[in-house]
Design a protein around this ligand. Structure first.
Ligand code: ADP
Ligand code: GN1
Ligand code: MG
Length: 374
């Protein structure tokens, strides 16, 4: 159901405890995972999402987990005098007090639409990225006293990069010859850089990195901005909130936001790493996370960027090899293009690694000296 205003969409939306008469139900946003619609009624606006049953086998458990996180965040936002209806997600129950409506194919859910919000797919102003960093750091800070045991893990091993590597090897066994032949350079790149899959995974296993409640999918379009003031308003897209490390959150934001081109840009000459954006994001993130981030974590933020960029390239390539089953595509070869931009970014990050680590330490020292009145 990709079209606007289908009667079935009205029927589904009407099953939720929404206010007013439904006027329209229209596809919305650019996420890769759900089918997302904006529902406008005579009173309010909502987000309606169809959960792909292949990716969300236990949607009820997922929703209970998300509702718990939303309530916790709501408490934090209220405590600092904010407006939870605009600063976090607010799930809307069904008229029969559940969180989902199931039809023969899938489950559907509804959130309040965050009014007067702007979603950016690209960064036009470097300071925007600093705001993203601060919002993401604060998000993890707000959840630092939330029991990770309460979370439902919808994607076991989501950022288990060695497991992603093994899945890639399995995909190679099954893939059509034509797809393997067309991705020879990328396959060699994956094999030559396998070491990147292991560092953070080992640090997590050895307890050098603590397991925290983290977002795990910190792409730019998962942060909404206030339409009037431009401030970062809300972190959204809670399906991947699971125990993990903030190094991955930092890294995922960097791999997407520091790319001067789009994630699926076919012309690789446009894919360049912005050091200026990196500095801005690091400044914001270190500020937002200053209450909880350990030294071990801080020293591995840049490794997080390399690991997650490798992992995303690997995932896009795997999906391309098996015939584009996971990420929604609009054109043939899009997942291979996405993989190529990741590996181009990774090449740049490998060259810049020491410099980026120095920037993190510089920005951290500035925050420390400001806070100690220096
Ligand atoms: P996906 O997992 O497919 O990325 P998201 O939950 O991120 O799905 O939603 C897709 C897009 O819809 C977001 O990038 C954002 O533009 C918009 N969106 C989602 N939830 C809301 C909301 N509550 N208010 C306003 N816009 C939203
Ligand atoms: C997906 O759902 P969306 O578009 O925010 C994916 C991320 C990838 C990202 C790459 C649940 O994010 O892990 O990094 O695409 N989310 C899921 O663009 O797999
Ligand atoms: Mg999203």
């Amino acid at each position: 159901m990709k079209f606007s205003n289908e009667p079935r969409l009205f029927e589904i939306a009407a099953g939720f405890a929404i206010e007013g008469r439904i006027l329209s139900v229209v596809p919305y946003g650019n996420g890769h995972i759900h089918q997302t619609f904006r529902v406008v009624t005579t009173e309010k606006a909502y987000i309606l999402q169809r959960l792909n049953p292949l990716l969300f086998p236990e949607p009820e458990k997922l929703m209970i987990s998300i509702v718990g996180v939303c309530e916790h965040l709501r408490g934090k936002i209220l405590a600092r005098g904010g407006n939870p209806l605009r600063e976090t997600l607010t799930p809307v129950p069904t008229k029969t007090a559940g969180w989902l409506i199931r039809d023969s194919e899938a489950s559907w859910r509804v959130f309040r639409f965050i009014e007067d919000s702007v979603c950016h797919e690209t960064i036009d102003d470097t300071d925007l990225f600093r705001k993203v960093g601060e919002a993401l750091g604060r998000f993890t800070s707000d959840l630092s006293d939330y029991d990770p045991g309460r979370l439902y893990v919808n994607f076991p091993g989501f950022h288990d990069t060695p497991a992603r590597f093994r899945q890639f090897l399995e995909a190679m066994e099954k893939a059509e010859k034509e797809r393997i032949d067309g991705a020879g350079t990328e396959i060699i790149f994956v094999l030559q850089n396998e070491n990147l899959a292991h560092g953070l995974a080992e640090d997590l296993r050895d307890g050098i990195l603590p397991l925290r409640v983290v977002h795990n999918d910190t792409k730019l379009n998962n942060v909404l901005f206030d339409g009037s003031s431009g401030r970062a308003l809300a972190v959204i897209d809670f399906d991947t909130i699971m125990p993990g490390t903030p190094c991955h959150d930092f890294g995922d934001a960097i791999r997407f936001g520091c790319n001067l081109a789009t994630e699926d840009e076919p012309d690789l000459s446009k894919v360049r790493f912005s050091i200026e954006r990196f500095r801005a994001f690091a400044r914001g993130y270190l500020r937002g996370s200053r209450n909880f981030l350990t030294e071990a974590e801080r020293l591995r933020l840049v490794s997080g960027a390399l690991t997650i960029t490798y992992e995303n390239g690997l995932r896009f390539l795997t999906d391309h090899l098996v015939g584009d089953r996971y990420y929604r595509i609009d054109r043939p070869g899009q997942n291979l293009d996405r993989c190529r931009t990741q590996f181009r970014m990774l090449e740049a990050m490998k060259t810049l690694k020491t410099r980026l680590e120095t920037i993190v330490e510089d920005e951290y020292q500035k925050i420390i000296s400001l806070e100690s009145g220096g």
